[in-house]
Ligand binder design. Structure first.
Ligand code: NAI
Length: 737
């Protein structure tokens, strides 16, 4: 049997512990080793009078049994003083049981202001003040257990107890939120609705029931909920006479009574009443986010199934409002930015000091200081919030339903890394895609002198706003173009940081979807997602480096479709194909294979003077040393004992003309061993070896001595250098290689 539950070293504050339930809690906590603050004002049942006697008697009883307890006679409305007693006597506070209570029962019409206020002051405000005083101490120590005392009157209502019921259900709300806010600090909070014979209930319960409802049978539930081993938080428990049960919200599946975007009517509600109230497929949401997500998902599903023609995004204005919106050009706005904004953008799309060209992008003092051309979306997007909040006549859009579908940009002259740009947007077209509408928006960027700098075209998908009878396709939008079917000419991998979205949002797109977990859940995502335009910037940087020698003047146009989401921390792989002056690219998430940017390309103004196509390991270049790794693989398979003997993971960087052009992992540790291209899939390499393709072949075929190669600087070894010695076993019998 598991050990008895103890509370040694724990400090417990029980409010209203001079009698009834509170007294029993205090006695049982003390009996199991806790130091207890026995709080009681010693007043009458309806809130009048004061006496130190009830608390003193309980303290005396605890001490007489060898327990630790001190009394506190303040009202719970002096929350700080109660917690201070705990700190002064025992140096901390671990557990708070909010139990103190009074009754002022009246039928509703007879409840006076005083009846209402006193009840709320003791139950709601008292529990709030005591808990708020204890909270920072619990947070600091990373531990806390809290009980709120509710009541069946609050959960179900009870004649003559409107004031009390309101306060008691309020305590459940308080408990629910504290449970959520406390998760990070191991503070758990639960609510109980007890049933017990006490002075509060002795006049309403029959004698037999009173005996069965001894507070002794409630206290063990409170003790368990307050024990360090109890995982429960945010629960509501009804308990009495030895019976314990958990309560939760149950919701009918619900039904969508609205017809797509048409106005909803009370008659529709009436006609759907039996479905609205049908509990047969009930759900049990346990957070606001879950509740809202379920409701919105039901609406989406219903709209997809409804065959009627709904109203357009113009909201009731029919096709005319859409016609008014198409072609609308807004008054120009001015976007002012500094070199800090340019550096922040470059950093946010992955530019790093590890790049040899970094000064040009990260140091404003550099002679050739530049911003990556995809930055042009930042000034262009500065008008989006206005557009979504009603800047386009005839168009009303729910901003929470807008997804950024595609982005095209044309750069007419290199974007200055600081200055002012005049932004002018035009609604190029609005398409009816059935499940939604696509707004094609062109934003022109001009210098103050009126010179065209760039244009951006946004394709914004508005979920649920389709089927308004509009056209499906347009020649006004730049279409995505699929890459060639041959293997890519270059591949670059970039691991995004876990804080990538937190950084990118500082460039302008502050949508909480990218930072706030609760908002992300409401939007139907498990966690905050990376901005599609951040991935776009990463891919642009890859093309810029691989095919344009980081020369921003070579970039003429960029197009991509945002196909799937990326989570901060995931690795992006951009595959690139050169077709004349067009570089097709496709970006996927390495961890799950999802293509996140598709139909994408960069158009160059001209071919660069010299093109660096392999500054990052590419996965497609074929090398003489490939045969070496194939032979390694064969040997490992043939000799499992070798894996056990060597028991290490090696990473090989194979270079050509001084640049790494392939990486190989030789894993002689995991399972029966493996050899594959790329970095180790599990753990880190114990030893990394870097050498030229030709030297590797020479070395394994016995023409180059490894020690000499090392001394001559041809072979570089990092990590555990001793592990490289063990490799000789793989090199034996060189003739076969
Ligand atoms: P009780 O009247 O025996 O105990 C309440 C204690 O709180 C009293 O000792 C009283 O002096 C103290 N108190 C009142 N106002 C205070 C204040 N401002 N500051 C400090 N102490 C104060 O009542 P009982 O039955 O033990 O109730 C305990 C809790 O359980 C109450 O919150 C009550 O509403 C709740 N409850 C009890 C039920 C029952 O069946 N006994 C049913 C549902 C809820």
């Amino acid at each position: 049997m598991a050990a008895p539950m103890r509370f040694d070293g724990r400090v417990v504050l029980v409010t209203g512990a001079g009698g009834g339930l509170g007294r029993e809690y205090a006695l049982q906590f003390a009996e199991r080793g806790a130091a207890v603050i026995v709080n009681d004002l010693g007043g009458g049942m309806s809130g009048g009078g004061e006496s130190s006697r009830p608390a003193d008697l309980v303290v005396k009883e605890i001490r007489s049994k060898g327990g630790k307890a001190v009394a506190n006679y303040n009202s719970v409305e002096d929350g700080e003083k109660l917690v201070q007693t705990a700190l002064d006597n025992f140096g901390k506070i671990d557990i708070v049981v909010n139990n103190a209570g009074i009754l002022r029962d009246r039928s509703f019409a007879r409840i006076s202001d005083l009846d209402w206020d006193l009840i709320h002051r003791v139950h709601m405000r008292g529990s709030f003040l005591v808990t708020r005083a204890a909270w920072p101490h619990m947070k600091k120590q990373g531990y806390g257990r809290i009980i709120m005392t509710s009541s069946a009157s609050g959960l179900y209502g009870n004649f003559g107890q409107a004031n009390y019921s309101a306060a008691k259900l309020g305590l459940v709300g308080l408990s629910n939120t504290l449970a959520k806010e406390g998760v990070k600090y191991d503070i758990k909070c639960n609510a109980i609705a007890p049933m017990a014979g006490s002075r509060m209930t002795q006049t309403i319960l029959p004698e037999g029931a009173l005996q069965r409802l001894d507070p002794k049978h409630v206290a063990p539930v409170v003790l368990y909920l307050c024990h360090e081993d109890c995982p429960e938080t945010g629960g509501v428990f009804e308990t009495g006479a030895g019976w314990v049960s958990k309560l939760r919200w149950q919701r009918t599946k619900g039904t969508v009574v609205r017809q797509d975007d048409a106005i909803m009517t009370p008659e529709q509600v009436r006609d759907s009443w039996s479905e609205i109230t049908d509990f047969s497929d009930a759900t049990y949401p346990n957070s606001g986010g879950e509740s809202t997500t379920q409701a919105l998902a039901a609406v989406e599903e219903a709209f997809q199934n409804q065959s009627s023609v709904p109203a357009p995004p113009g909201g009731g204005g029919g096709g005319n409002s859409i016609e008014r919106a198409i072609g609308y050009t807004a008054r120009p706005t001015v976007f002012t930015y500094t070199t800090d904004d340019a550096i922040l953008y470059n950093l946010a799309v992955g530019m790093s000091t590890s790049d040899p060209d970094h000064l040009k992008f990260l140091f404003e003092g550099s002679e050739d200081f530049r911003v990556i051309p995809s930055f042009s979306v930042i000034p262009a997007a500065s008008c989006i919030p206005n557009i979504l909040s009603g800047d386009i006549p005839g168009l009303s859009i729910d901003p929470t339903k807008v997804l950024h579908g595609e982005q095209y940009m044309e750069i007419y002259k290199p974007i200055s890394p600081s200055g002012k740009l005049i932004c002018k947007f035009t609604v190029a077209d609005i398409l009816d895609k059935g499940s939604g509408a696509v707004i094609v928006l062109n934003v022109d960027l001009e210098s103050e002198e009126g010179e065209r700098v760039a244009m951006n075209q946004f394709a914004l998908f508005v979920v649920g706003a389709g089927r308004f009878g509009g056209h499906r396709n347009t020649d006004k939008a730049y279409a995505p173009v699929d890459p060639p079917s041959r293997p890519p000419d270059a591949t670059v991998r970039d691991k995004t940081s876990i804080d990538q979205a937190a950084l990118y949002r500082l460039t302008g797109d502050r949508n909480p979807l990218h930072i706030d977990p609760s908002f992300a859940i409401m939007g139907g995502f498990d966690k905050p997602i990376l901005h599609g335009m951040c991935t776009y910037g990463f891919a642009t940087r890859a093309v810029l480096k691989q095919f344009a020698n980081n020369d921003v003047t070579l970039i003429k146009a960029i197009k991509a479709r945002m196909s799937k989401t990326v989570l901060p921390g995931q690795t992006l792989q951009t595959d690139m194909w050169k077709e004349g002056s067009r570089i097709h690219f496709l970006t996927k998430v390495v961890e799950n294979g999802n293509v996140c940017l598709s139909g994408a390309y960069v158009d160059l103004t001209r071919a660069p003077a010299t093109v660096t196509t392999t500054t990052q390991p590419t996965q497609s270049v074929s090398l003489a040393s490939d045969a070496v790794f194939a032979e390694f693989s064969r040997r490992i398979k043939a000799s499992p004992a070798l894996v056990k003997k060597i028991n290490a993971v090696y990473l090989w960087n194979v270079t050509k003309d001084g640049k790494t052009c392939a990486q190989w992992t030789v894993d002689l540790k995991t399972g029966s061993g493996s050899v594959y291209r790329g970095e180790p899939k599990q753990g880190k390499a114990g030893c990394t070896l870097t050498l030229a393709d030709s030297d590797l072949v020479a070395m394994v075929s016995g023409k180059l001595n490894p020690q000499q190669a090392f001394m001559q600087g041809k072979l570089k070894v990092s990590g555990n250098i001793m592990l490289s010695q063990k490799l000789s076993q793989l090199f034996q019998d060189q003739a076969k290689l």
